[in-house]
Design a protein around this ligand. Sequence first.
Ligand code: NAG
Ligand code: NAG
Ligand code: NAG
Ligand code: NAG
Ligand code: NAG
Ligand code: NAG
Ligand code: NAG
Length: 868
Amino acid sequence: MVRSSFVLSLLASAGGFLSSEAKKLPEAKHLSGSYVVEFDDSQDASDFFKSIGSKAQTRMSFDSSIFKGVSIQFHDTETAEQEAAALAELASVKRVWPNRIYDLPKDNVVWTGKSKDASVANAVVKRQSSNDTFSPHLMTQVNKLRAKGVIGKGIKIGVIDTGIDYTHPALGGCFGPGCLVSYGYDIVGDDYDGFNTPVPDDDPYDGCAGHGSHVSGIIAAQANEYGFTGAAPGVTLGMYRVFGCTGSAANDVLIEAYLRAFKDGSNIITASIGGPSGWSEDPWAVVVSRIVDAGVPCTVSAGNEGAMGLFYASTASNGKRVTSVASIDNWVTPILLIDSFFSIDGAANETFGYVVGDPSGWAGVKLPLWTPNFDISDPAAGCSPYPADTPDLSDKIVLIRRGTCTFVEKATNAANAGAKYVLFYNNVPAGALGPSVSEVTAIKAVGMTTATQGEAWVKALAAGSEVVLDMVDPETAPVSLITADNTLTGGSASTFTTWNPTYEMDIKPQIASPGGNILSTYPQTLGSYAVISGTSMACPLVAGIYALIADVRGTFDPATLEALIASTANPRLYNAGSGTANVKAAVAQVGAGLVQAYDAAYATTLLSKSYLAFNDTDHLQKTLKFSVKNLGKSAVTYKLGSVGAATGYTFSDSIYPDQFPGLEVSDEYASIKLSSSSITVRPGASADVSVTVTPPKLDGARLPVYSGYITLNGTNGENLSLPYNGVVGSLHKTRVLDTGYLAISSDANLNPVNGNASFVLSKNPAADVTLPVAVALMAFGSPRISIKLLQVNGNKTKNLGDIFESPYDYASRDAYPAAFDGRLADGSYVPAGEYKFSIEALHIFGDAKKAKEWDVTESAPFAIRYGK
Ligand SMILES: *[C@@H]1O[C@H](CO)[C@@H](O)[C@H](O)[C@H]1NC(C)=O
Ligand SMILES: *[C@@H]1O[C@H](CO)[C@@H](O)[C@H](O)[C@H]1NC(C)=O
Ligand SMILES: *[C@@H]1O[C@H](CO)[C@@H](O)[C@H](O)[C@H]1NC(C)=O
Ligand SMILES: *[C@@H]1O[C@H](CO)[C@@H](O)[C@H](O)[C@H]1NC(C)=O
Ligand SMILES: *[C@@H]1O[C@H](CO)[C@@H](O)[C@H](O)[C@H]1NC(C)=O
Ligand SMILES: *[C@@H]1O[C@H](CO)[C@@H](O)[C@H](O)[C@H]1NC(C)=O
Ligand SMILES: *[C@@H]1O[C@H](CO)[C@@H](O)[C@H](O)[C@H]1NC(C)=O
């Protein structure tokens, strides 16, 4: 029996008050009055049902070898915590969790087929070729497996998502046995938003949300007019719909989906869903881990919170043995450009493409180009005020290279010389973006064209030519989808991909795959095709690759598949968005590196692990072992070595982790000693290698996370690598609580109250009264937040223990508010009087029984009395 954490029902974003760092923290969300309950296998659950009686309604029942239990909704959300606490004490109940809510990752929809007219489709169509030339497949060797006819034939992949438009011709056109989408279920219905009651039916069709159709196409799209297919078009898909048209999905819905996908015989299960966590103890993560233990590999996207810096793991990807997938940018960037016309020296007009900005008053503008600077490599073109002899620019379009100073500064300099129209050209090869200069009131229209186009015009102007642009109304102009080589970030980690490790130093993500700028199928109602960026797109490609490898090797064993993709993956160079550095990307960002499907499918070397976690200084695993198994037909000698990857500093001058880009990385590597520099392994045999680490000597207070790869070069031609990471310093000593304070429940922003607040509470839980709220602002994750009540008596205080809504387990970096209605954890009401909150957060790996292992802040005092 574990006394569990309880929901903090009053959850508001603490807007106006928070520091700039804390402001970026997302809201934690739970379904008020709803719990997920796990039953003890060995006990009869009748005491549980007797106990809830008519007080709660069962939302879902889980009766699986993986998880037995229910999710329930108390009718009275005010008393729900008390009731749930009582349930946790029952013999039949193993654990009670608040029913958490998850969002779809904030993927960036770059383009959909609904945008503008049909020329988009024409622009992108490639000749159908018998060879796979789709860039995400070229990047991951999927094309090489496809060339051998490997398509994942007959393998069942369960997808947990928003549903699917199976009527889409490229998604099979039908649902049911014999169709591409041959099984699945709608657990929620169109109208489900995460907070209302799911209305299930047996049809997982989605014509409104789109995400699941995109994800499914990445796995298994059939040949289509856009010239691509999914990675494994021979699989059959099961779709479990957990999102309605908009909104979120609750824990119980996700658990139900996984249990169904497992029961229906899925060989692989994938989900591009998550929420900030860093702990593997969330019930959804627990269920996914158990399904992996039962032999079904599960891939989950690592999350799109790269900006949050190190230690921001997302659940359920942070579950033990779950394959967490990071995102790599596509080699090519599809870009949507608005077409317009230009002519040089009065010649026949030609078409060019640009991205419109703000303001956008281009309609009917027909003016010659003028540029302040003929140097097409000037990093700061147009950043200085124009010289006094500059002509009046009111009848020109000013062409300026992007870079160094802001668009607004450049537009201001042009406007000071009379300009009304400004067209930027890009300073990087990939695409263009829409600049905003709306505060420069003299400017009527702005936009950006590609580097290639801008440079060509500047050369013409430098040669004395006249270039006249004839601008079509951007509202009605045709658009084209072009693809440009992404030489800047193609093949590098996407800036949005979430950084790890977990708060318990587990290595995540495991692997990376293309997720930035991915073309796939979309519901026909939403345009049929779309380009989207996110780890949501990276994850299903790895699920498809698992199917291809399983097709070749005849095994679904999760540990084997993960070890194969990890050892054969290609580590990446570090890229903070502005070009690659001469250091490998941190394992905490890209895991083993870019997945290489062909090498994984045919490798005859199998490592016993997919990573080595050295932990922190306090728990340093100085020496770790792995074994090398030779599955080939002749003896192989492996040359062993190691290579460092970027060390990332978690903190600089704040107790909040640094944001990315901006967090400091360095090439201060750990030193690695191997048990031997070369091993020879006979066919069918295994050999052990031990790896001894000496972490770099760095400032432990900044929690530098070091990483790298053990390398094995075999005489069989296989070059393998095994990722490792660890941290210098003590997670246990790291401060986790920024501060705690008193707020008032009627203030949606939960601003701190420093004066003498006084509250009139009610012992009737249904009464609508204003409550004192304890707010814990977390700078780092904590295994437990506890809100104690201190009775103030003159200069003395007496600690009365946890308030009713406390404690809260496995907190991420977030603001955690807990309202106080006069009750303590045991449900008893305290007398009227003066009190303070003691807001306490346990350190990572802390011993809850030791006072010094908690960060503690006392709130301002407040008075309570009871009204009617
Ligand atoms: C397909 O790939 C093979 C091997 O790389 C090559 O020889 C052949 O020319 C390609 N065919 C087409 C149509 O591109
Ligand atoms: C360029 O051609 C288009 C379509 O043929 C026409 O609408 C437009 O007026 C032309 N512009 C110029 C500058 O000739
Ligand atoms: C690191 O050490 C702590 C404390 O022993 C342990 O709980 C945790 O699981 C370890 N992490 C890993 C990845 O081994
Ligand atoms: C192993 O091969 C890689 C290239 O794949 C090379 O960079 C590395 O130096 C080799 N290691 C050893 C120990 O030969
Ligand atoms: C493996 O590494 C060796 C040594 O650097 C290199 O010669 C060989 O081409 C590599 N093989 C592969 C398949 O990358
Ligand atoms: C709270 O009230 C006490 C007594 O009325 C007073 O002495 C004290 O200054 C007040 N504190 C604040 C912060 O207003
Ligand atoms: C409370 O503390 C103040 C300052 O330390 C002291 O002057 C006062 O006598 C104390 N009051 C009581 C009731 O102990």
